[in-house]
Design a protein around this ligand. Structure first.
Ligand code: ASP
Ligand code: MG
Length: 401
């Protein structure tokens, strides 16, 4: 059972979570519960670090950030004990959850099971501080923002749990963000692959890596509300999915920036130089288009990166401008990436046509397009976010009846 920040936002909610765990204990289930920090706390900790110094060692940043989960795991354990249930809180290093040493975005290498197995066998509920581990250099690491979902799925996989229930502040996975499209509807089922695409294209409900991990280890994953007693959404393999609609969901990511490099001499190796320089500084490039002039003398390259990396990217490109000999770099942060996702795309023709025609009918200009087997993404001006999402939601018959 995993409880996110809003589910442990205050003592009353922590007590409510304790009651939920109690009801599972009464069904004779053995429970590992993973908690996030109280909502807002991790942001406050980030801000404290930045106030202490503009530059800092990422290992110390992790030591600060991981503290929010320490508080909630112990408070939840206390709340359970007050209900007469045996429980114990565990920090990542006490288990230990061993990660690599990429501070701020560490990956789990191994979970040692002995300590927890013993504790479960002795009848204790295990409460784990999410989002954290320990590196081989004996330093506390964090798994990246939103990473306690990944802690939960990794523990479920390591212990071959029957289920991994992610309790959150929404009652499941929706066809799109219900705050933007009021006709969004809740899905009973979604496949791992579809969930993975939706999460990586901006749907905030699950940490993307947690979905990849669940898919790899076939963890039975459910997303449900910690406030209401509703069935939620179950993430399944394709063959179990009874819903055959064309498109399952629409995601949006407003945190993209578009960069265009104009008049790049058209010869081999240029793209490798440009994207190599960005990769060396850890900038993740997402959508890319390149188009050459008719005589193949030069080419324009347009791509997107996270908005936060724009200043860094501009500096890097300036440094290589003379070497490569392009004419200029322009950028735009007033863009949003909108993606439609669905397994049916593999076999059904005409989905791209419907998407583009819908946008055209609404006078929405497309800057960049990218696709995968089960996804089409377009980059459009962010002024059109709502219009694009609502009209696509209707066009693909996703609206709630
Ligand atoms: N508390 C961490 C964060 O806010 C991890 C999480 O909530 O999943 O990013
Ligand atoms: Mg989260």
């Amino acid at each position: 059972m995993k409880f996110g920040g809003t589910s442990v936002a205050n003592i009353d909610r922590i007590k409510a979570v304790a009651l939920k765990i109690k009801s599972e204990v009464e069904k004779k289930n053995k429970i590992i519960a993973v908690v996030s920090a109280m909502s807002g706390v991790t942001n406050d900790l980030v801000s404290l670090v930045k106030q202490a110094s503009e530059t800092y060692e990422s290992s110390e940043y992790d030591a600060v950030l991981s503290s929010g989960e320490q508080v909630t795991s112990a408070l939840l354990s206390i709340a359970l004990q007050s209900l007469g249930i045996k429980s114990r809180s565990w920090l990542g290093w006490q288990i230990p959850i061993i990660t690599n040493d990429v501070h701020g975005n560490a990956r789990i290498k191994e979970i040692k099971k002995e300590n927890i197995l013993k504790s479960l066998d002795n009848g204790f509920v295990t409460i784990v501080s999410g989002f954290q581990g320990i590196s081989s250099k004996n330093r506390i690491t964090t798994l990246g923002r939103g990473g306690s979902d990944t802690s939960a799925v990794a523990l479920a996989a390591a212990f071959s749990a029957d289920r991994c229930d992610i309790y959150t502040d929404v009652d499941g996975i929706y066809t799109t963000d219900p705050r933007i499209v009021k006709n969004a509807k809740k899905l009973d089922y979604i496949t791992y692959e579809e969930m993975l695409e939706l999460a990586s294209q901006g749907a905030k409900v699950l940490h993307t890596r947690s979905v990849a991990l669940a898919m790899k280890y076939s963890v039975k994953l459910r997303v449900l509300s910690s406030f209401q007693n509703l069935p939620g959404t179950t993430v399944v393999n394709e063959e179990h999915n009874m819903e055959k609609s064309e498109i399952i969901g629409i995601a949006h990511n407003p945190n993209e920036a578009k960069i265009t490099i104009s008049i790049v001499p058209d010869k081999p190796g240029q793209a490798a130089l440009i994207f190599g320089a960005l990769a060396d500084k850890g900038i993740n490039v997402d959508m890319i288009v390149q188009s050459s002039t008719i005589d193949n003398s030069s080419t324009d390259i347009t791509f997107t990166i996270p908005e936060n990396d724009l200043i860094l990217a501009q500096g890097i490109l300036k440094n290589i401008q003379n070497e490569i000999g392009f004419s200029q770099v322009t950028s735009d942060i007033n863009v949003v990436k909108i993606s439609i996702v669905g397994n049916a795309m593999r076999s059904q023709p005409g989905i791209a046509k419907t998407m583009f025609a819908t946008l055209a009918n609404n006078q929405i200009n497309i800057h960049v397009i990218s696709t995968s087997e089960i996804k089409i993404s377009v980059l459009v001006s962010s002024d059109y976010t709502e219009l694009a999402m609502r009209s696509l939601h209707t066009a693909f018959s996703l609206d709630k009846k």
